[in-house]
Design a protein around this ligand. Structure first.
Ligand SMILES: Cc1cc2nc3c(=O)[nH]c(=O)nc-3n(C[C@H](O)[C@H](O)[C@H](O)COP(=O)(O)O)c2cc1C
Length: 182
């Protein structure tokens, strides 16, 4: 089975996007091996500490290396990418060794697809920026700008995301397309 690494763009306890990622993992059950990336200990990118590579960065890069594809599920912050997620993408875009571009970088050719839940524009601004950034850092984007979902009234009242038939159909189509590509 192919291995998919879920990368959630929110560190919030009870995150709606984390719930969406878990739902996607259920849709992938018996179709792929799924892991969730824990990257809360990544330092902020600062070239003063870039080499020797910090342990937390090595760990995250090895998780990315061992996955066949990344599934990014993220909220939109001010119509763009949350800083924690941008920071992760910046780290994996850099060469593994100082002054040695041939040492490779974790983002190169890595297959990736995007989803997110948000307000009325369904995280379109974030997913568009992810598309541009991931393309720039050499990732292999599957499914264009991906799948957006919208909060409903219950989401904030209960703190729980519920999925309509339409939501499930969109996510299942993305599951099938991603697996076919992997
Ligand atoms: C700094 C900040 C900016 C935000 N900007 C947007 C936005 O542009 N569009 C949107 O739909 N929601 C926006 N939100 C609201 C988030 O969608 C909402 O807080 C959501 O719960 C975050 O996702 P999470 O539940 O996975 O943490 C913003 C929230 C924060 C904290």
């Amino acid at each position: 089975m192919k291995k998919i690494l879920m990368v959630v763009g929110s560190m919030r306890n009870g995150s709606f996007n984390q719930q969406v990622a878990k739902h996607i993992a259920k849709l992938l059950k018996n179709k792929a091996e799924v892991a969730f990336l824990d990257y809360k200990d990544l330092p902020f990118m600062n070239q003063d500490i870039e080499y020797p590579t910090p342990e937390a960065v090595k760990h995250v890069r090895s998780e990315v290396d061992s996955a066949d594809g990344l599934w990014i599920v993220s909220p939109e912050y001010n119509h763009s990418i949350p800083a924690v997620l941008k920071n992760f993408l910046d780290w994996i875009s850099r060469p593994n060794e100082a002054n040695n571009p041939k040492a490779g970088k974790a983002s190169a050719d890595k297959k990736v697809t995007f989803s997110g839940i948000g307000g009325s524009n369904e995280t379109a601004g974030c997913r568009n920026d992810l598309f541009n950034l991931c393309k720039f850092i050499g990732m292999n984007i599957v499914g264009d700008r991906g799948t957006g979902l919208q909060f409903n009234r219950e989401t904030f009242a209960t703190g729980k995301v519920t999925f309509s038939e339409e939501d499930n159909a969109k996510l299942l189509a993305q599951v099938d397309a991603f697996l076919a590509y992997l």
